[in-house]
Design a protein around this ligand. Structure first.
Ligand SMILES: Cc1cc2nc3c(=O)[nH]c(=O)nc-3n(C[C@H](O)[C@H](O)[C@H](O)COP(=O)(O)OP(=O)(O)OC[C@H]3O[C@@H](n4cnc5c(N)ncnc54)[C@H](O)[C@@H]3O)c2cc1C
Ligand code: SF4
Ligand code: SF4
Length: 647
């Protein structure tokens, strides 16, 4: 008889730990570098309120083996094994398998699609099946000849003795694990109070609530689904366990192993789309408040006087220049400084943080947090050169000459126009300059010509867009005393790209939402000032190439939405960087920096000495993804430095 994995549906909690264990076991017990390489041989399937894991049945007379023309699939060690080098990608096995247990996958962009199936971890040094070992409820087990004999015997005895099947014991491990109190999360300041100022709206968790939330975590596995969906692969179950044990300093140290700014990600990550969206408890009392706990750990440890330690590093001879003190640049600087590299960070702004400081408003992230981080990074030996714009105050060629490598973490600052007639009218403003001007005022910085502060007190403000930037503009307008604040979005509420939490917060603060409306023109008064926006209603049509349903205009549904101020919050595109020309750095057709390719680091540009990451490479995205890119660039630079040392 062939061996195979069986799943006990009654005890499956749907935590995906088996999928994660399968993937990491086939990646030398590490996380795959790219999302597309997450290819488990076992799949958790959900049906109504139940879940179960399915994988290859290792059939005795396996049709896949019989169908394979090259013997790439063969019987060995009481299972169906696969030899990749013999696979010609004919897909016969995929068609032959009655359980859909074989997939065709490519191991790289230019690689051919080959069969991919469970090998019962035959090559893993532990000799154990990773999925079985990782299951927190022992719902999975390897069925072999002896297991089957045991099962047969148990059933024969039970039948002979006339014992009934104990239904109440079925799923007991699942029930015990999922019996959790509901989520509490961080407390918010009441909307009426918070909309009067720019202070952060969420309180830090109290130690009592942190204990309560950490108690709720199921500790699905050391490498759990929540770790995988966190772009940094933070050690979430482990740091939560340390909170439960009251070991805050140890938890802070662990958080800093995988993240350069944990208290910031804990505040600004869209957790509902990332770590918390993947939590096993999401639909069972609510996800563990991972973000709040992450913030709690670092805020508390810093308050206790703890500081991230660089440790006893031997200084290296290399020097690296980093352009941009946003999350990408800071992630890169952090890793390099810890490895003993001398790091100089240049930024045109008077404070570090990039959009963390000058984009994200202080009611989401207090500016004091970033100032504290500057102190910490400076103590680690990172040198910041603020108010220094490359291409204006410092020549890029000087950096190339004076440093062993340069990292570009310059973000995306190209503004998107609405394409409406009258868009240049007084009263029509772009989101980012609007937010920057506001933040500069909150920080007590001088008003700058580039970012003039506009007075919106008592005015009717309309914001076009449905993402996080739009939410920030709306909530800023509320705090600036606008008479009314309206969000006009061309799709329906479900299609909004921003974090759901921010939409709830905006609503609570008095923002009005108009969905399925598209701007057509800008109406001006006699002074040329905007007075209304001509709108047309839309309905949701067929999905476009990006999979999102497209809005369709409804004929004859036009109307005018009165407005004194219109904020355009459509997102960002790459900005011009004339100073980069002539240095062999390839840009794509949208002006984003191109990195990677055959024989190059994934963050290395077409100039060997120049690396890049964050929004400037992957387009406007998230703080956490920018930081991942910066940290990876640092790792790739270090590999290069070590290779040069050895050659
Ligand atoms: C309004 C707004 C709200 C957002 N809210 C969230 C949120 O809640 N959660 C989230 O995860 N993400 C959010 N984002 C996205 C997030 O802020 C970005 O994805 C992230 O900051 C990108 O990091 P980065 O390091 O690539 O670039 P940036 O943060 O843009 O940093 C780039 C830095 O490079 C500097 N620079 C550029 N050119 C030069 C030059 N020539 N010389 C010197 N310095 C230069 C810039 O001054 C800037 O400081 C938001 C973005 C905006 C605009
Ligand atoms: S970095 Fe973001 S996604 Fe990762 S654990 Fe923290 S809050 Fe979640
Ligand atoms: S946070 Fe959620 S998904 Fe992660 S280990 Fe805990 S219960 Fe499991």
């Amino acid at each position: 008889m062939n061996k195979f994995i069986v799943a006990d549906v009654a005890n499956c909690i749907g935590c995906h730990a088996c999928e994660v264990a399968c993937v990491t076991a086939h990646h030398q017990d590490a996380w795959p570098q790219q999302r597309r390489d997450f290819l488990p041989h076992i799949h958790v399937v959900f049906h109504r309120n139940a879940s179960s894991a399915t994988t290859c049945h290792h059939c005795n007379d396996a049709p896949c083996v019989l169908s394979c023309p090259t013997q790439a699939l063969y019987f060995a060690d009481d299972s169906v094994q696969f030899k990749k080098s013999a696979c010609i990608g004919c897909k016969n096995c995929v068609i032959a398998c009655p359980f859909g247990a074989i997939e065709m996958v490519a191991s790289g962009e230019d690689e051919p699609q080959l069969a991919h199936k469970c090998d019962l971890c035959s090559g893993h040094p532990s000799g154990q099946q990773a999925c079985v070992a990782s299951c927190p409820t022992q719902a999975l087990r390897l069925m072999d000849e002896s297991g089957l004999r045991q099962l047969r015997r148990q059933r024969q005895i039970r039948t002979a003795q006339g014992q009934p099947v104990h239904h109440e014991q079925r799923g007991a491990r699942r029930a015990a694990l999922l019996d959790k109190a509901p989520r509490v999360g961080a407390k918010k300041i009441a909307a009426d109070e918070r909309k009067l100022n720019f202070a952060e709206i969420y309180h830090r968790l109290s130690s009592c609530d942190a204990d309560y939330e950490s108690e709720r975590c199921l500790y699905c596995a050391q490498k759990a689904w929540c770790n995988w969906t966190c772009p940094l692969h933070n050690h979430i179950p482990d740091f939560i366990r340390l909170v439960k044990q009251g070991k805050i300093i140890e938890a802070a140290e662990l958080c800093h192993q995988s993240s350069s700014l944990p208290e910031i990600c804990g505040r600004v990550c869209p957790q509902d789309r990332l770590c918390e969206g993947a939590c096993t408890l999401k639909d069972k009392g609510g996800s563990v408040t991972i973000g709040n706990l992450e913030r709690y750990i670092t805020d508390t440890a810093l308050e206790m006087g703890w500081r991230p330690q660089v440790g006893d590093v031997t200084p290296r001879k290399e020097r690296v220049a980093i352009i941009g003190a946003g999350p990408a640049g800071l992630g890169c600087a952090d890793i390099l400084a810890r490895a003993g590299v001398q790091v100089d960070v240049f930024d045109r702004h008077p404070e570090i943080g990039g959009l963390l400081t000058f984009g994200i408003p202080s009611f989401k992230l207090e500016k004091e947090v970033m100032r504290m981080r500057r102190e910490i990074f400076s103590e680690m030996g990172i040198r910041f050169h603020l108010n220094q714009e490359i291409g204006r105050d410092v020549a890029f060629s000087d950096l190339l000459e004076g440093y062993d490598a340069v990292f570009l973490g310059v973000g995306t600052y190209g503004l998107m126009a609405a394409g409406l007639e009258g868009e240049d009218s007084p009263g029509v403003v772009q989101a980012l300059p609007f937010l920057i001007a506001n933040t500069r005022e909150v920080m007590g910085l001088e008003e700058s010509e580039e970012y003039p502060l506009i007075d919106i007190k008592g005015k009717r403000v309309v914001v076009l867009g449905g993402g996080d930037t739009a939410m920030d503009c709306l909530r800023t307008s509320v705090r600036r005393g606008a008479a009314s604040v309206t969000c006009a979005y061309r799709r329906d509420e479900l299609s909004m790209p921003g974090s759901k939490k921010e939409v709830v917060n905006a609503r609570e603060e008095g923002v009005e939402f108009q969905f399925n409306v598209q701007p057509k023109y800008i109406q001006r008064n006699r002074k040329g000032q905007i007075s209304a926006i001509g709108m047309i209603r839309t309905e949701m049509g067929e999905p476009g190439p990006d999979g999102r349903r497209r809005p369709r205009e409804i004929a004859g549904s036009g109307f005018e939405l009165p407005a004194d101020v219109l904020v355009l919050a459509f997102g960002f595109q790459a900005h011009e960087m004339p100073w980069l020309r002539g240095h062999g750095v390839r840009l794509d057709r949208w002006g984003q920096i191109v990195t990677g390719g055959k024989g190059r680091g994934t963050t290395q540009t077409s100039n060997d000495k120049i690396f890049a990451g964050g929004d400037a490479v992957h387009g406007a995205d998230l703080v956490v993804t920018a930081m991942v890119a910066g940290r990876r660039a640092a790792d790739e630079m270090l590999t290069l430095f070590k290779q040069k040392e050895g050659s």
